[in-house]
Every structure is written in C-alpha cells, then in structure tokens.
Design a protein around this ligand. Structure first.
Ligand code: TXA
Ligand code: MG
Length: 356
C-alpha cells in the first residue's frame, strides 16, 4: 500500500515564514496529511505525531519498512512532557544547551504517543529544530510533528525541495520549499534511556560538544564496529540507508596513497567501459581531470561544514548522471568527520578500500 496525493509546492521565506503558507500546511496536517518541510539538517516528511493513522502514511509514502522508528519534532521544551516519561536530568541539561538544534534524544515514551511512531518500542526520539520554518510549523500546529528524512527508503536524505520532489512527488500533500538545508546531514541521535548516554548516530552536534556537558557520553559500539577491520566481514551491521544507485567506493588511508589508489581505480573502471564519478575537494580535483570521469566538488579540503552541506546533493547529482561507480575518500573521524564517515560508509554499504 502506498500514500498518494496531489503534491503542492509553496516557496516559503526561510527566515520569516509567511503565516498564510504555514496555515495551509497546518490544515493539511490537521486532517492527517503529509507535509515536507525544511529543517537545519535535512528536509523532514511530517505528520501529526499524535495521529497514528497519519503516522502510518509516512511509512507508506517513504516505502519504508515500518521497522525504523521516527523522530518527533517539538517547538518548545514543555512539549517534552507530553511525549516522554522518566526524563533524566542529563536530558534536560542537553536540551537546555543544544536545543533548538540538531540533537535528537531517545527517551522513555509516554502512553499518548502512538506506538507506530516508535515501531512499538517503549522509547521515543525527540528533537527541537532551530529552522524558522520548522519552528513556525510545529508551533502553529499545536501538536508535535513526527518526521523522518524526506527521502524514499535507501536514497540519500533530501537537502532541498527538489530532492524531496525527486523521491516523493505524488506521495506528499505539500512541500514547503525553504531553500537548501544549512547543515546537510541528519541530527545527532543520543540514547538517554540506558544509564550512560550513547550516541547512536553522529551528526551536527559533535561528540566532543556532548562530552563537555556529560563527560561519559560515548559512541555506540555499533558505530565503532563499523570503523573496525571487521566491516567487510559483517556487512549485516549496515542498514541499507543512504545508498545511491551507483556503487560507492570509500577510500581510507594516508592522503597521498589514497589519491593514487583512487586515480588507479578510476582509470581501470573507465578502461572497462564504466562511467565513473568522483566526489573531490577543490584542492584534489585537478588530479582526476584527465581521467575521463565526472567530478563534483565538495568545496575546500578543510571546510568539513561545507563538505557535509553538499554531500547528499553531490551523490544525488552523480546518480542523476547515471554513473556506475562513485569514488570518494574519508575525511577523518574528528569533529564533523565522524558524521560524514558514518553517512559515507552506509552509502558504500561497508565497502571501504583501505590503503597504506
Ligand atoms: O536531522 C534529522 O534527524 C532529520 C530531520 C528531518 O529532523 N530526521 C531524520 O529522521 O533523520 P530519520 O527517520 O531519517 O532518522 C531517525 C533516526 C534513525 O536512525 C532511527 O533509528 C533513530 O533516529 N531513532 C528514532 N527513534 C528511535 C528510538 N526510539 N530508539 C532508537 N533510535 C531511534
Ligand atoms: Mg533517514
């Protein structure tokens, strides 16, 4: 079963969202429809979080197996008590420090949250976005909004309204087009229900920043395992998320050796009649220009924020050009590098080429 709709698009001012546009969106949400809206991380595919039937439509529209719980979006901290119970003090501290912003906290679920929001788990993931359009929408709605990233299952998350339409045209009632998402990668997800907080998904709020508030915060063993040598021997660890149509090859190792390996691989693939795309930073792109490959620039080498912002769009652009393979290198594990690595290794389905 799928959800079908006549998709309307409204251009909305990202700083001062027009209230009549917000009102159109609220009406749709009230009657159980779906609205895609911009947040500072990626676009969300939203429904009334307290309406289990509307929530079900999200899974149908995304063609997502309903085994992946959704994030519930709020506009003020007081809404937290509507959604969660037994909220630890540490969660309130994190909320005070990092909300509104790209941090999602997993908490014990309150009884009035439909269980399909959390796929039957007794927890719920909550986030307060800082984007003015998201904020205005949730506030005007008066109810929290459940929203996964607005992409179809296995496609990279949408960082623009155009991406949303690529994946969801005809399956969402309204797209609020507020321009490009400024962070470009999804929020950091932290589990606050396990005693010591654990980061399940690295993102816009860095592990280092979280540790300043709660020193014991650590990355989930699952994430660490993905960085170990056992990656290729246990590909089942990697949910098939963010996968482009093309085969993505992620190179890791000392930069000079990685450059040689990428160029060699590209040459070999091109010689075999394959169409190859390379995601490269400006400083490194010239090394690939003679190879007959398509190159998309990710910006400057040291600007991880820029790399994060354009990454999903760049993968989509290469996919749209019909390349068979996408080559990209790791940008390290420090700071935002951890989130970039997490998204790349998933897009590569664990296929890391380690050189030394
Ligand atoms: O930046 C974001 O987080 C975006 C914007 C739209 O807010 N949303 C997003 O949603 O990325 P989604 O559904 O694509 O990813 C939600 C993540 C998944 O990794 C999911 O497993 C985790 O949050 N999650 C949600 N509820 C959870 C729960 N109760 N327990 C553990 N993990 C949960
Ligand atoms: Mg997603």
């Amino acid at each position: 079963m799928t959800y079908t709709a006549q998709t309307q698009v409204l251009q909305i001012d990202s700083q001062n969202p027009q209230s009549d546009h917000i009102q159109v969106a609220v009406e749709i949400l009230r009657r159980g429809g779906l609205v895609a809206f911009p947040t500072e991380t990626v676009y969300g595919l939203g429904a009334n979080a307290l309406d289990g039937i509307a929530v079900e439509r999200i899974y149908q529209a995304k063609r997502r197996p309903a085994n992946d719980p959704l994030i519930v979006h709020i506009h003020e901290v007081s809404q937290l008590d509507l959604l969660a119970v037994n909220i630890p003090d540490s969660a309130r501290q994190l909320a005070q420090k990092f909300w509104a912003g790209p941090l999602t906290m997993v908490l014990k679920r309150a009884a009035n949250v439909p269980s399909n929001v959390a796929h039957g788990l007794d927890t719920v993931a909550v986030r307060m976005p800082v984007h003015p359009v998201a904020h205005a929408l949730i506030k005007a709605a008066g109810f929290p909004i459940a929203a996964p990233s607005a992409n179809t299952f296995t496609r990279p998350s949408s960082t623009s309204a155009a991406h949303v339409l690529e994946d969801l045209n005809g399956r969402v009632d309204l797209v609020l087009d507020g321009g490009a998402a400024s962070i470009g990668l999804e929020s950091t997800v932290i589990d606050m229900t396990q005693g010591e907080p654990v980061v399940l998904r690295p993102g816009g709020i860095l592990l280092e920043q979280l540790q300043e508030i709660i020193p014991s915060v650590r990355l989930s063993p699952r994430f660490l395992a993905m960085n170990g040598q056992q990656v290729s021997s246990s590909p089942g660890m990697l949910t098939k998320h963010y996968s482009p149509r093309a085969h993505l090859m992620l190179f890791d190792g000392p930069l000079d050796v990685v450059m040689i390996a990428m160029a060699d691989t590209a040459q070999r693939l091109v010689a075999n009649g394959k169409r190859v795309g390379i995601l490269a930073v400006e400083e490194e792109a010239p090394q690939f220009t003679e190879l007959g490959v398509r190159i998309i620039s990710l910006g400057k080498r040291d600007d991880l924020s820029q790399i994060a912002r354009v990454l999903f769009g760049a993968i989509r652009a290469l996919d749209a050009q019909g390349v068979d393979s996408i080559l990209v290198r790791s940008f390290g594990q420090e700071g935002l590098g951890a989130a970039i690595w997490d998204r790349l290794i998933r897009a590569a389905e664990g296929n890391v080429i380690r050189v030394s």
